[in-house]
Design a protein around this ligand. Structure first.
Ligand code: HMG
Ligand code: MG
Length: 317
């Protein structure tokens, strides 16, 4: 495989929309996912099977993944926090498969992948999932095992890899150890989340020295929130450290409801622009102009400012 191919995981429909004040209608979510797929995104995080009491914005995920366009070769992971979330997803998957029996067209299942999530600190884990890191790892090992038995791919997230909004500076060795556990339990990849967006190239580089120094770098991804405007710089730092998978969100949508003050992910447009004319290229050619148009479309739909600097610059031309 070409060592300079960069995979981009579009997290806007999940990380982006989970933090909106109002609940975004299912048809808008479906259209967002469809547009992203048509523009060339290969991995689109489509929603979450979390508790609707905790994150009401994701309550419609079952409807969204049933209705969205399933393009061949595109993965549509959904977040799953516990066994209950996995069971709800499996029920949906078996219902859609049963529905297709007898029909001549073969139905592509809504998804073949889940994303599980934990954190590098107990304080964040408790705020986000009501359990310590150790408890979450026990819970997630069972979820991962069952998901894989059912043929699903499992991606892992570690939150607060740089600083924690509740307990401050994070020990990068903890990030390394939690990431290792996720890989050992069967995650094909672990995404390192700078949830607060406080990191800069120095701290992200130092964190990666510890984590990528000990674990296979091809199984790590970077997930940078852009609170301090460091998202692109941090993403390029991750590429320099050998990481080839970056999470981003169209229009810079997003934030985590349990990370107060943090803004959205680094914008997909900004990542694409930052690697233009460099040695790096995306897996399949992604249409930057189309992505920027989607950033404008969804920002207007949500009545929010477009957080992508590249999106704004392209429109101002
Ligand atoms: P809990 O309250 O401890 O759960 O929450 P519980 O097991 O005691 O259940 C309480 C109620 O929720 C019960 O309902 C359950 O049935 C229900 P009741 O009997 O009261 O009617 N319930 C569920 N319903 C639907 N789906 C489920 C589910 N589980 C329980 N899966 C729990 C524990 C983990 C469920 C909760 O804390 C939760 O859902 N947390 C998710 C929070 C979240 O989604 N955060 C954002 C995503 S993570 C993120 O953004 C970071 C990331 O982007 C990386 C980064 O930037 O760092 C990934
Ligand atoms: Mg996030």
């Amino acid at each position: 495989r070409d060592p300079n191919v960069v995979r981009i995981v579009e997290v806007g429909p999940r990380d982006g929309l989970q933090n909106e004040k109002g609940v975004v209608p299912a048809e808008v979510k479906v259209e967002l996912i469809n547009r992203l797929g048509r523009a060339g995104m290969r991995i689109i995080e489509a929603g979450s099977f979390v508790s609707p009491k905790w994150v009401p914005q994701m309550a419609g995920t079952a409807e969204v993944i049933t209705r969205m366009e399933k393009l061949p070769g595109v993965h549509y992971p959904v977040l799953v926090p516990n066994m209950k979330g996995l069971e709800n997803l499996l029920e949906l998957l078996s219902a859609t498969t049963a529905h297709s029996v007898g029909s001549l067209t073969s139905t592509i299942p809504p998804t073949d992948e889940i994303a599980i999530f934990t954190a590098a600190t107990d304080a964040f884990s408790l705020a986000n999932t009501n359990c310590t890191v150790a408890e979450s790892l026990t819970r997630l090992a069972a979820v991962t095992q069952k998901a894989r038995e059912k043929g699903l791919r499992v991606r892992g997230y570690v939150s607060v890899v740089i600083t924690c909004p509740y307990s401050g500076k994070v020990d990068y060795r903890r990030v390394r150890d939690v990431s290792r556990e996720l890989l050992e339990m069967g995650c094909y990849e672990v995404s390192l989340g700078d949830t607060t967006g406080v990191g800069n190239p120095a701290s992200v580089g130092a964190m990666l020295d510890v984590v990528a120094g000990a674990l296979p770098v091809e199984r790590l991804a970077g997930h940078f929130h852009d609170t301090y405007g460091m998202g692109v710089a941090n993403a390029l730092t991750a590429l320099e450290a050998g990481i080839r998978t970056l999470d981003s969100s169209v229009g810079g949508l997003g934030g985590c409801p349990y990370s107060p003050g943090a803004t959205g992910n680094v914008a997909t447009e900004d990542i694409l622009y930052s690697i233009q004319d460099s040695k790096y290229r995306t897996e399949k050619s992604v249409d930057l102009e189309a992505i920027a148009d989607i950033g404008w479309w969804i920002s207007e739909k949500l009545n929010r400012q477009n957080a992508s600097r590249v999106g704004r610059a392209l429109r101002a031309r």
